[in-house]
Write a protein that binds this ligand. Structure first.
Ligand code: SAH
Length: 223
């Protein structure tokens, strides 16, 4: 069986992939196009891989765990802080802007603070056929995004000192944010993966699991 299919089946049997939408996204996006050529034979192993500049593409189980927590639907506007390879943005685009439903104008805007990785994400997304559904911006995403409407979903893929205020303000009522919070100190200290739900009653924050992400940089990141 092909390694891509095996990866998806394994994540389904582990209970990481729960919904039909996330399963479809996991099957649709070729992860081998988002890892450096020298790691292509390991593209469907369930672990993070180096993408340059000391950064990593997240392990598939982390990508799809976060996609499930975001509760994605066609038509949503999703902001991502930390484009990295562009892989997770592509999986989100598969759900919010599916190719077979051209009238659902969902979109992903992904911020990447590192100029090299910002270009890498753009090139990877273009090569994989997502440049019409994902925009990559070379900005500090911790400060919020240069758009005038609020986002339905926000995903942060680097660990923040706390939930950045500008991102919380940019989240629409009824929206969800998934963000790792905590220090980066080798394997000694864990970070908390938080699910933030904004409703008319206010903001509810729930810890999901312990995680280990690279540090968020920028104004609301670690110095
Ligand atoms: N989502 C990525 C993995 C990202 S790793 C993927 O699917 O491959 C985290 C990324 O966050 C790194 O590329 C890092 O450069 C970026 N980053 C860190 N701080 C940032 C900030 N303030 N704004 C935007 N990107 C940031």
């Amino acid at each position: 069986m092909d390694p891509h299919k095996i990866m998806v089946e394994r994540l389904v049997s582990m209970g990481i992939i729960k919904s039909e939408e996330v399963r479809r996204a996991a099957e649709a996006v070729p992860r081998e196009l988002f890892v450096p050529p020298e790691y292509r034979d390991q593209a469907y192993e369930d672990r993070p891989l180096p993408i340059g500049e000391g950064q990593t593409i997240s392990a598939p189980h982390m990508v799809f765990l976060m996609d499930e927590l975001l509760d994605l639907k066609p038509g949503l506007l999703v902001l991502e802080v930390g484009a990295g390879s562009g892989y997770q943005a592509a999986t989100i685009a598969e759900i919010v802007a599916p190719k077979d439903r051209p009238d659902d104008w969902g979109h992903v805007i992904s911020a990447e603070i590192n100029p090299f990785l910002s270009s890498l994400a753009f090139e990877n997304l273009k090569a994989a056929g997502y440049s019409d559904r994902v925009s990559v911006l070379n900005i500090d995403g911790s400060e919020g995004f240069p758009i005038r409407r609020k986002a339905d979903r926000i995903l942060v893929t680097a660990a923040a000192p706390s939930i950045p205020e500008p991102l919380l303000n940019q989240l629409a009522e009824g929206g969800r944010m998934v963000i790792p919070v905590g220090p980066v100190r080798g394997f000694l200290f864990g970070q908390d993966l938080l699910l933030v739900v904004k409703s008319e009653e206010g903001i509810k924050v729930e810890k999901v699991i312990d995680v280990a992400f690279v540090p968020l940089r920028g104004k609301y990141g670690w110095s």
